[in-house]
Design a protein around this ligand. Structure first.
Ligand SMILES: Nc1ncnc2c1ncn2[C@@H]1O[C@H](COP(=O)(O)OP(=O)(O)OP(=O)(O)O)[C@@H](O)[C@H]1O
Ligand SMILES: [Mg+2]
Length: 260
């Protein structure tokens, strides 16, 4: 077990969003969190990254409470790509990706040959070496996403958390990014937990799905276990046709009230 969440309650000021949530994630899996807007997906992810301190409950990374680790130790193991990446000031692609090495260095230590090698490999792997001297804000949204992923890779984490990584990307760049995420998971044995909105993509690329509703887990399991007419009706209030193609689910929402 890589990650274990036990009876988590979390939210903002006095407003509780995540409600007694428990979840176990196996090493090496791709887990996708699905759920309507406002159901608490980002809040849950923000707890896993220590961005939000839980009101109660525990989060364990390989049996160790994440709050028992120093921030630095924690950052060596967990990388995050948040929903709204914000960056102030001009920074080049290479500089940004190099930041991924920071958790591995002491404050007085300079980057060594190994660090530069890891940064270069991360750029090659994500096909961003070509932009190394460009400023991040001069790249397109899809190119920027690959750079953020390269930075996360340079961190050499065990766990990669991604909040809606394909938002704003066209369909071909969405597929490219999903493939990159799957390659990273397989080649580098990095466990992935991500938030997606596209039910078909989630079914296609995930080992497990966490279906959330109002701060709780409605269901957790393989795509086939979790996604069905009943669950989509109960969680999203939509009616869908669901069929299988090459052992993957195809989900098509149906608008029953529409007059043709
Ligand atoms: N910084 C914040 N301060 C106060 N309330 C917040 C904050 N961020 C989120 N919330 C509230 O918490 C609830 C859950 O938000 P969250 O961002 O976790 O949802 P989500 O499932 O990620 O939604 P989306 O699909 O729209 O990204 C919402 O009602 C939201 O208004
Ligand atoms: Mg969100």
């Amino acid at each position: 077990m890589l990650l274990s969440v036990k009876n988590l309650n979390a939210g903002y000021e006095n407003k509780k969003i995540i409600d007694e949530l428990s979840l176990n994630v196996e090493k090496g899996e791709i887990v996708t969190i699905l759920g309507p807007n406002g159901s608490g997906k980002s809040t849950l992810l923000n707890c896993l990254t220590r961005y939000i301190r839980p009101m109660s409950g525990k989060i364990f990374l390989e049996n160790e409470d994440i709050y028992d680790k120093s921030i630095k130790e924690f950052s060596k193991r967990v990388a995050i790509l948040s929903q709204h990446n914000s960056l102030t000031g001009n920074v080049t692609v290479k500089q940004l990706i190099s930041y991924g090495r920071l958790p591995h260095k002491k404050w007085y230590e300079r980057k060594n040959k190994e660090d530069y090698e890891i940064v270069k490999q991360s750029m090659e792997y994500t096909d961003t070496l070509q932009y190394e001297n460009k400023f991040l804000n001069s790249l397109s949204g899809g190119e920027q996403q690959r750079v953020w992923i390269a930075m996360a890779l340079a961190q050499t984490p065990d766990l990669l958390l991604l909040d809606e990584p394909t938002t704003y990307l066209d369909i071909s760049h969405q597929i490219e990014l999903m493939k990159l995420i799957c390659d990273i998971n397989r080649d580098k044995n990095i466990t992935v937990i991500m938030v997606l909105h596209d039910l078909n993509q989630a079914s296609q690329y995930s080992d497990k799905i966490v279906l959330m509703k109002e701060g709780k887990i409605y269901d957790y399991g393989t795509p086939k276990d979790v996604i069905n007419y009943e669950s989509l009706k109960n969680v999203y209030n939509i009616k869908c046709h669901i069929h299988e193609n090459y052992n993957k689910l195809i989900i098509t929402p149906i608008d029953v009230d529409r007059k043709i």
